[in-house]
Design a protein around this ligand. Structure first.
Ligand code: NAP
Ligand code: FE
Length: 372
């Protein structure tokens, strides 16, 4: 735990019903590019609200639809091309983490012409302003300085840049009422993992721990009720807040080994982000420093965190999604371990309170394969 730390959040955080009405789009610029996923924004009310507000604020816009889950570098490039073509002065991203992350990267590329290598190595590149409207309760990307992009011929990578903090975050839980069960589960697990990892991180601090604990509690207390009744508004509201708390937490602490090591599961075996991270974590926990888990158990009132966590994932049906993964091979694990232990991924090991090297990585991937 860090005893000296700072908390910088250069954005404006808006939470609650119809909070979009507080965004002064006209003061950000006159021309905007709107970035969406495939179609959910037209069904959850966010598109309609945004168009009404932009019209009211006299902002001109064009729309980019179709950002895929786990957005690729080519998607980022085509969004950046649209920004330039239209002469957009700012960007509004609507959706889950995928459209928001793609827009964050495109805001840098459009402003600076950065290549992949530059984007991932220079955290000071300038970016166009971004407004992020979240429609899932998961990544917290609406309040983080991170973006995760898939290389066209390879794995996902996260980059950090203070200039990609969304200028305004709009978190209106009503937009999440339409999330299907599968999206609700994987995004809640992502938010939970951000809180768990931030709580345990060697870079944590008292404020991150406080936010992380509250976030974990909100998810534990509300996820079941929301799964039973997807339009349970109070539960959705709490999950939305928990997700932003997770975002604030990782903005201070970063994520741990379980995030980085989950990327091959998502890219090569189609396991969604939050579930992939939780699955890796279920195997990582045995290597973690005992005292951190004991402290967390005490704070959450859980007797044996590791057992509880596995049971929880079983109840949520997460292990059922490992069917394709059972075809994975040792050669792949070796390749993934190489990737994890090289380049900038070293930073994840430095902050994870666990003794994990090549041997442990291989064991973690192997053990996931044999899960029933
Ligand atoms: P997502 O990939 O943005 O969206 C998942 C699915 O949910 C899509 O099919 C989307 O449909 C649908 N969806 C979104 N909102 C919906 C709604 N309100 N109702 C119904 N369906 C809805 O999911 P995500 O989990 O939020 O984001 C995952 C990405 O974020 C990953 O790439 C991950 O690596 C990244 N991530 C980023 C950070 C960060 O700090 N930047 C942190 C963690 C993870 P449509 O396509 O139709 O919209
Ligand atoms: Fe995540």
């Amino acid at each position: 735990m860090q005893l000296s730390w700072s908390f910088v959040y250069p954005g404006r955080y808006l939470f609650g019903e119809n909070c979009i009405s507080d965004v002064k789009f006209g003061s950000i610029g006159n021309r905007a590019l709107l970035v969406f996923g495939r179609s959910s924004a037209k069904k959850n009310g966010s598109y309609e609200d945004l168009i009404a507000k932009l019209t009211n604020d006299n902002v001109e816009w064009i729309e980019y639809w179709g950002v895929e889950e786990d957005p690729s570098w080519s998607t980022v490039e085509s969004i950046a091309a649209k920004i330039r073509e239209f002469g957009a002065e700012f960007v509004v991203a609507v959706g889950g983490g995928s459209p928001i992350d793609a827009a964050k990267a495109a805001c840098v590329v459009a402003k600076t012409g950065a290549s992949w290598d530059e984007l991932f190595s220079n955290p000071k590149l300038e970016a166009l302003p971004l407004v992020a409207i979240s429609t899932t309760s998961g990544t917290g990307s609406e309040v983080t300085p991170f973006s995760v992009i898939k290389k066209d011929d390879g794995l996902k990578e996260g980059f950090f840049n203070v200039n990609i903090y969304p200028k305004v975050a709009v978190v209106d839980y009503r937009y999440t009422l339409t999330c299907p069960k599968s999206v609700t589960i994987t995004t809640a697990l992502d938010a939970f993992m951000h809180c768990f990892e931030g709580y345990c991180s060697l870079r944590t601090n008292e404020m991150a721990r406080m936010m992380a604990l509250h976030g974990m509690k909100l998810i534990i207390e509300n996820l079941d009720n929301v799964l039973e009744n997807p339009v349970y508004e109070e539960g959705r509201r709490k999950l939305a807040f928990a997700a932003s708390l997770g975002g604030f937490v990782i903005s201070m602490t970063g994520t741990l080994f379980s995030h980085a090591a989950s990327y091959p599961l998502t890219v090569y075996y189609g396991i969604r982000h939050g579930e992939a991270v939780a699955l890796v974590a279920s195997k990582m926990i045995v290597y973690m420093e005992e005292w951190i888990l004991r402290m967390l158990e005490k704070e959450l009132g859980i007797e044996n965190f590791s057992k509880w966590f596995v049971n929880w994932l079983e109840e949520l049906g997460v292990f059922d999604h490992l069917k394709d993964y059972s075809k994975s091979t040792e050669d792949e694990y070796l390749e993934w371990a190489e990737w994890l232990l090289s380049g900038t991924r070293k930073r994840y090991f430095d902050v994870t309170p666990a003794k994990i090297g090549r041997e442990e990585i291989l064991k973690i991937y192997e053990e996931l394969k044999v899960v029933e």
